[in-house]
Design a protein around this ligand. Structure first.
Ligand code: NDP
Length: 337
């Protein structure tokens, strides 16, 4: 059983060398009477929150990884052997699993059975998984959008951002995205239906860039990055604008918060800026599935993935999130069923 092992705690963006590949033995069956089951992992998800689990910090909403142990993350897997009557061999499941070829799942309640056969399996960790749900809950619940409003999304071509933009368009909003390469900008404008997009790495002055795309100001900023982009957005918000603070992927460590200067604009412009965790909104999950699956089946939304092949590609795929290497939702294909 090949595994990806977390080596040791870091206080910077993850690098490929922070993880290593090892081989270990795993029995062919779940121990009888354990209520556990054994799965073959098919797809694994790379998510920015995993950087938080690589820090020696215990005050978060999720505990750190254990040095020397296999990395844990969301995945899509196939049941191989089960001691739980609710799951049988051949069932496809999604939820928390290990970054390894086979995993023994002890807390079976953390997995959902997959029963949709017209949706690509990997979408269960993307469009229909945690990132897709984050986009849905963050946009509708935190941003309180209205038709015709002007929406700005950062890290817009990523797992969360691409869906936020498409939902905002379906809601009748004007949507602009920022991303870190011209390829991503092209994707946003020509595949994902954003009205406009720009490469923030080519802008000398983010404030001027936002003024160019939002001469009347921003109603909603869906913030995936924090730091300088948040600061520039604060200067361009309309009165009673809303900022959904989804993530801070540009902040490399807690000791390195890049300066925010424009916070007082929260007061001047009566902006609502709200942090949120998708897990606060789990009661909306059935509604999310109904809406997003419906849009997908009607061809109203698309979902761009960046699939890296094989478990050995996992360390580089995770590190790539923090240099913007991924184009779309980053997943690792461990096995094709
Ligand atoms: P993405 O698929 O968007 O991948 C990360 C992207 O972040 C990269 O491709 C890169 O895009 C961008 N990025 C990386 N480093 C920087 C940097 N220094 N400055 C600016 N941009 C950078 O990830 P997700 O869509 O999965 O996640 C997006 C955000 O949402 C993250 O902040 C994540 O933590 C957050 N999140 C929050 C949740 C919640 O419950 N609140 C749940 C899920 C995600 P580019 O090339 O465009 O710079």
């Amino acid at each position: 059983n090949k595994q990806v092992i977390f080596k040791n705690f870091i206080d910077r963006a993850p690098q490929e060398t922070d993880l290593e590949l090892k081989v270990s033995d795993i029995g062919p069956r779940a121990p009888s009477g354990s209520g556990a089951f054994l799965v073959k992992n098919l797809y694994l998800s790379c998510d920015p929150y995993m950087r938080g689990r690589m820090r020696d910090f215990h005050g978060s909403y999720i505990p750190p990884f254990v040095p020397g142990q296999v990395v844990e993350g969301f995945g899509v897997s196939k049941v191989v052997h089960s001691d739980d009557p609710n799951f049988k061999p051949g069932d496809l499941v999604s939820g928390l699993t290990g970054w390894e070829e086979y995993s023994l799942i002890k807390k079976t309640e953390r997995l959902r059975k997959i029963q949709l056969d017209d949706i690509p399996l990997s979408y269960h960790v993307g469009l229909l998984g945690m990132p897709g749900f984050t986009a849905y809950a963050g946009f509708y619940e935190v941003c309180s959008p209205s038709r015709g409003e002007h929406v700005f999304v950062s890290a817009a071509s990523g797992a969360v951002g691409q869906l936020v933009g498409q939902l905002a368009k379906l809601h009748g909003c004007y949507v602009v995205g920022s991303a870190g390469s011209n390829q991503k900008v092209d994707l946003l404008k020509n595949k994902l239906g954003f009205d406009e997009a720009f490469n923030y790495k080519e802008e000398q002055d983010l404030n001027a860039a936002l003024k160019r795309y939002f001469p009347q100001g921003i109603d909603i900023y869906f913030d995936n990055v924090g730091a300088e982009m948040l600061d520039a957005a604060l200067l361009n918000m309309k009165i009673h604008g809303r900022i959904a603070v989804c993530g801070m992927v540009s902040q490399h460590s807690l000791s390195d918060p890049k300066g925010i200067h424009n916070l007082f604009n929260l007061v001047m412009m009566r902006i609502r800026m709200q942090g949120f965790l998708q897990s606060d909104y789990l009661h909306l999950y059935p509604r999310f599935l109904e809406h997003v699956i419906g849009y997908y089946r009607q061809g109203k939304i698309v979902y761009v993935e960046d699939v890296s092949e094989g478990l050995a590609s996992a360390p580089a795929a995770l590190a790539g999130l923090f240099s913007g290497k991924n184009v779309g939702k980053q997943v690792i294909c461990v096995a094709h069923e």
